[in-house]
Design a protein around this ligand. Structure first.
Ligand code: CP
Ligand code: NVA
Length: 313
């Protein structure tokens, strides 16, 4: 059976912790120039319909360092915009590639792709979710704070794909997540309904409410990819959700500031906050590489897909 990672809950809590342990090992091995060869002789496609800096580069480097070969496909250069179906595309690419990492708009399109593709498919961001991001985020929190359960994470801003994913992750890992968002930009109802431990997640409109207890303060862009037409409207509505030193004046001394990046400095966060000693955004970005190596390791060892053996020729 192949394993996909399309949403946060495709992994169990135990598997998340296994990934965190492996990511730690991959991180220290990399300092010595070491890695595993788990992806030897595999070509893995990256099909991206939206721009990316971190996700694309960290996956390409991860695949290469694991012995595999990444193949980047900009969605616009395939036959999909000319009308080839997701199903036909997936079925054909299954004949060439041993895995697929996809960044697109609709979550349903990734699910449709995965149903028609014989090897692991990884969600590299949709309008609904960004599961690889929050895998890294919770790893980074654990690395910085030494634990996850019982910690207070405060997310301020837009109830978007990153926020939805943080919610599912908090539910799975036992983290108290406080979400401060404008009423009309609440996280997806569909996602909130999936939460099993309701007491862990509180959603409110007041950005100052959750600052004093926060161990982690997290924000993301007010205008996600695909929403550019709403920029001016959103900039007005979200202004009071800006993470700046005035909002943080009641914060704990040792809180950590996180952002998935790219940041719009001067919008959702000010320079003084993102460049402060509390900010861990660069470690967070680096950890994408180590966590995604661990994710690939888990998916490929669990999928039990036969390695290409040269003796079979
Ligand atoms: N955080 C993140 O996914 O960044 P990119 O859009 O640069 O990949
Ligand atoms: N919410 C942002 C995340 C970027 C990594 C977006 O979807 O554009």
């Amino acid at each position: 059976m192949k394993r996909d990672f399309l949403t946060v809950t495709d992994l169990s809590k135990e598997e998340m912790y296994r990934i965190f342990d492996m990511a730690k090992q991959y991180k220290s091995a990399r300092k010595k120039g070491e890695s595993s060869g788990i992806l030897q002789n595999r070509s893995i496609g990256l099909l991206f319909d939206k721009p990316s800096t971190r996700t694309r580069v960290s996956f390409e480097v991860a695949i290469t360092e694991l012995g595999g070969r990444p193949l980047y496909l900009s969605g616009g250069t395939t036959q999909i915009p000319r009308g080839e179906t997701v199903r036909d595309t997936a079925s054909v690419l299954s004949r060439y590639l041993g895995g697929m990492i996809i960044r697109t708009y609709k979550q349903e399109d990734i699910e449709e792709f995965a149903r028609n593709f014989s090897y692991p498919v990884i969600n590299a961001l949709t309008d609904l979710l960004h599961p690889c991001q929050i895998l890294t985020d919770y790893f980074t929190i654990c690395e910085k704070k030494g634990k996850l359960e019982g910690l207070n994470v405060t997310y301020i801003g837009d109830g978007n794909n990153v926020c939805n994913s943080l919610i599912l992750g908090a539910d799975l890992l036992g983290v108290n997540l406080r979400v401060a968002v404008p009423e009309e930009y609440r996280p997806s109802e569909k996602i909130v309904k999936q939460v099993k431990n309701r007491n862990l997640i509180i959603i409110d409109e007041n950005p100052a409410r959750f600052i004093p207890d926060a161990d982690v303060i997290y924000t993301d862009t007010w205008v996600s990819m695909g929403e550019e037409e709403e920029t001016e409207k959103r900039k007005k509505i979200f202004q009071k959700y800006q993470v700046n030193s005035r909002l943080l004046r009641t914060a704990k001394r040792d809180f950590i500031f996180m952002h998935c990046l790219p940041a719009h400095r001067g919008w959702e966060v000010t320079d003084e906050v993102i460049d402060s000693d509390n900010s861990v955004v660069l470690d967070q970005a680096e950890n994408r590489l180590h966590c995604q190596k661990a994710l690939l390791h888990l998916l490929y060892s669990e999928s039990r897909i036969l390695r290409f053996q040269s003796e079979e020729l």
